[in-house]
Structure formats: structure tokens, C-alpha cells
Design a protein around this ligand. Structure first.
Ligand code: DLL
Length: 439
């Protein structure tokens, strides 16, 4: 596919120029935040840092971090940097625990955010010839509005479906010839499954690309979705606090997401010590916004674990790439003392030919963790022979033990018995919270 850019002058900027641009913008953004956000000014004063101390990105490490707890503490207006009358939109995180986090946007912030989403859609091949079906949720969640705005800017015909009502999604997809699908990867997998159930083959739809994100997904899941829908599946990353989807997006190489470095600086830190780690090292991703008016965040700790690398990319983009997040530091389960990420379990399943329909249930019995994994059998290999099921369970359990170092109790269940998700999938049910255990 020919490489297409939405804003070539930025997306392919020489690395030295990106650095220069970041240096200039950072100095301004820090002063802006210090002058307008008391909460962060207090953090800087506490650390003894003044805006004048930040002369370039080399000084970034001097600034204090912001954490999700700060955003909760400052809820709702404590980190707002401009008068409310200058704001035109509010979004909120999809978190289910604790106080929600709200983010504010001026029209300028919305414009930059939509540009980022348009870059993602254009990189996936989106043009004015395309019909872009947006089935991320619309509303407080940023997925729907972000990709919707990006689709407009990229010139696509936009189908604002929002999430859910899979029958209607499929009807419109087929009747209106959707070519680009935007949703969570788990919903894309479900749409693929539903199309198959209705007797459609991958070549029956006009889809060519999917832009999937908002939750961790594996390479194996990508291959599955690509095969079932007959498309190229591109990853997109973002978070409400920093704007929404489009902070980073995949290009035709499909091996990591370019971070929109003209708007955000990314760092990787050691989640325990806060020390900045060199490129290529796994750690927690931290973002600093460079252009935001309403809700600028400096050194915001995402809790997402990943790796950054800056290698020459065949797409021509020069922005640094982030690997697929390997889960969040807070999604990491500690089971019997072992760190386990849901993505590891998913990788084993897909490797062994299972669909990524699974649920992990954690509990505590006699002061010891229990670890159950429920996995759906496919229609093709479904059997109610106990002997067959036990054999298959054992096989899968051994593969998981090899990957994780601990043994889950594996339960193969009948097809379609694990609830599907139209938004972010619920993979883990941690009943240990009942006993006040929050790990
Ligand atoms: O999920 C924004 C978004 C919408 C991104 C649509 C992509 C597509 P939040 O609800 O605030 O925002 O959740 C942000 O989701 O910190 C990651 O842990 C996770 N996440 C987002 N994209 C990816 C991805 C949106 N591509 C949190 N891979 C982030 C893995 C992702 N995790």
C-alpha cells in the first residue's frame, strides 16, 4: 500500500527538528501550567522547580510526576488550566473503581486530537473513497468522538454507529459497504464471529482495514481478526487524560505505534523508582502534553507497561514507536506471588487455536489464591465427552504453566457461554477484593 500521511510535514519531520519543536513547546507548556494550574504549581514548588529550570526536554526529569490519584484528588476542576467558558467538551475515563477522572477540551484541543485520529485513519489507508464505521462508544468515552472527528478530517464518509446492536452493525456494514471498522479488538472479534454465524465469508464484506484499540490485544488476536474479517488490523492507543485515541497509531509496518511526538513527549520509567529508563527498556509509559490549553498534563504516569524504540520505519514516519502495551501495571495480577498479565493467557489460547473468549476468576481460599481460567471451546471442536474435555484442559493447562510459571485451574466451557463485550472486554474477575486484597 502506498504510504499516506495526513500531516506529512510533521509525521515525517527529521528527528532533530522534532526535538527542537519539543524543546520549544515544552518550555511554553511548563510556564503555562505553572501560571494557570495551582495544583501542579504546588507540586513544582514542593520539588523546588521553577519554570525557568526547564530549558529543554533534557530537563524534563526535573518535573514532578502526576498520577491518577492526583487527577482524582483534583476532581473536577483542580487541573483545569483555562476558564471554563473557553472549554467546549468534557470526557471521562471508563474506570469502574474510584472517582472518575474528567478531562476538559477547548476547540483547539479537539482540533489537535482529531488531527491525531485522522493521522491514524489515513495511515490505515482511509481517504474520501472510504466508509468509516465507528462502533466505539459515543458519549463520555473518548473512542467514539475521537475516531468520528478523525474520520471527518480524513474525508471518509462517517457511519456513527456507536457500540452495540450487532445486528444493526452488520446490516449497515453490508448495506452501506463500510471499508474501515473502528472498535475495540474484542468487539471486532465478536463482529467477525457474528458474520460467520450469519453465513458470511470474509470476502463478502467490503472492509479493508480496522482501527482497534482501547484495550490490550495480542499479535495472535490480530491475525485471527484479520483472517475472519479479511482486513488489515491496525492498533491505536490513547487515554482520556491525554486526549483520547490517537496518542499513538500504527502504520503499514504494523509493528508498534508511532507516538504523535509533535504533541506529546513520551518517557519510560521504572514504575518502582520513577527513574527514567533508556530507549528499548520495558517500563511505565509517561506522557507530557505540549499543546494543550484546557487540560495540559506534565509527566502523567499512564501505568501502561511498554517499550519505546526509534528505528527507521519503512512508512517514512519519524515519530518514535511504542510497542503494544503489555498490560497495565495495575492490570497485572499477582497470583500466588507471581506477576501475571491477561495478555499472556490470551497469547497461549490463540497459540493453541482457541478464540480469545476467556475469563479469569481469582479468589482466596484458606489464605491461598485460587486461579481459574474459563475458556470457550470452538463450535468445531466442541464435545461433551468428559474424557476429551479433560484431555484438552490438561493440554491447555500445561501450556499456561509453561508460560506463567504457575498452574491455573482450567475449565473448558461450551461455545457462546462467556459474555461478549461491545466495548472493553472484562477479562478478570478478582473476588479477592472482597477480602480487602487489592493487588
Ligand atoms: O481507551 C482511548 C481509546 C479509545 C484508545 C479508542 C484507543 C481506541 P481510556 O478509556 O481512558 O481511553 O483508557 C485508556 O486503555 O491507559 C491503556 O491501558 C488502554 N489502552 C488504550 N489503547 C490501547 C491499546 C481509551 N491499543 C487505557 N492497547 C490506556 C492496549 C490500550 N491498551
Amino acid at each position: 500500500m502506498e504510504n499516506r500521511y495526513f500531516q506529512k510535514e510533521f509525521e515525517t519531520m527529521p528527528v532533530e527538528d522534532i526535538k527542537k519543536l519539543q524543546d520549544e513547546k515544552l518550555v511554553k507548556q511548563v510556564k503555562y501550567v505553572y501560571d494557570n494550574v495551582k495544583y501542579y504549581r504546588d507540586l513544582m514548588d514542593e520539588k523546588g522547580v521553577k519554570p525557568e529550570d526547564i530549558k529543554s526536554t533534557a530537563d524534563l526529569h526535573k518535573l514532578p510526576f502526576l498520577k491518577k490519584d492526583d487527577l482524582r484528588e483534583a476532581y473536577p476542576y483542580g487541573l483545569l488550566a483555562t476558564d471554563l467558558k473557553n472549554c467546549v467538551r468534557i470526557h471521562s475515563t471508563s474506570g469502574t473503581t474510584g472517582k472518575r477522572v474528567v478531562a476538559f477540551y477547548t476547540q483547539h484541543d479537539i482540533d489537535l486530537w482529531e488531527d491525531c485520529c485522522a493521522r491514524a485513519i489515513t495511515a490505515a489507508g482511509g481517504t474520501s473513497e472510504d466508509v468509516c464505521q465507528v462502533c466505539y462508544g459515543y458519549g463520555l468515552f473518548t473512542g467514539g468522538s475521537g475516531l468520528h472527528g478523525g474520520s471527518h478530517k480524513a474525508g471518509c464518509l462517517t457511519l456513527p454507529m456507536s457500540s452495540g446492536n450487532t445486528d444493526r452493525q452488520i446490516q449497515f456494514m453490508m448495506d452501506l459497504n463500510s471499508t474501515i471498522l473502528c472498535c475495540t479488538p474484542s468487539y471486532a472479534a465478536y463482529i467477525g464471529e457474528s458474520l460467520k454465524e450469519r453465513g458470511y465469508k470474509p470476502e463478502d464484506n467490503k472492509l479493508k482495514a480496522g482501527i482497534f484499540g482501547a484495550e490490550p490485544w495480542t499479535e495472535e488476536m490480530r491475525q485471527d481478526i484479520e483472517k475472519n474479517l479479511g482486513i488489515k488490523a491496525y492498533d491505536i492507543y490513547g487515554l482520556t487524560e491525554i486526549s483520547g485515541p490517537g496518542v499513538a497509531f500504527e502504520c503499514c509496518e504494523q509493528n508498534g505505534m508511532h507516538i504523535n511526538e509533535d504533541h506529546f513527549i513520551a518517557e519510560i520509567i521504572d514504575p518502582n523508582t520513577g527513574e527514567v529508563l533508556p530507549e528499548g527498556t520495558k517500563g511505565e509509559l509517561v506522557f507530557t502534553s505540549l499543546d494543550k490549553e484546557a487540560f495540559p498534563l506534565l509527566r502523567y504516569r499512564t501505568r501502561d507497561i511498554c517499550v519505546l524504540t526509534r528505528k527507521k520505519c519503512s512508512c517514512g514516519r519519524t515519530f518514535i514507536k511504542m510497542a503494544k502495551p503489555m498490560g497495565r501495571s495495575d492490570d497485572m495480577m499477582i497470583i500466588k506471588g507471581v506477576n501475571v498479565f491477561p495478555s499472556q493467557i490470551e497469547a497461549v489460547l490463540l497459540n493453541k487455536g482457541y478464540a480469545p473468549n476467556y475469563q479469569i476468576v481469582l479468589d482466596r481460599v484458606n489464605n491461598s489464591d485460587t486461579f481459574d481460567v474459563y475458556v470457550e471451546m470452538g463450535e468445531e471442536d466442541f464435545s461433551d465427552s468428559p474424557k476429551y474435555i479433560t484431555k484438552k484442559e490438561k493440554e491447555l493447562q500445561d501450556a499456561m504453566k509453561a508460560m506463567l510459571g504457575i498452574n491455573p485451574k482450567l475449565h473448558l466451557v461450551a461455545p457462546k457461554t462467556i459474555a461478549r463485550s461491545e466495548g472493553k472486554a472484562v477479562r478478570v474477575i478478582d473476588n479477592r477484593r472482597r477480602y480487602g486484597i487489592t493487588i
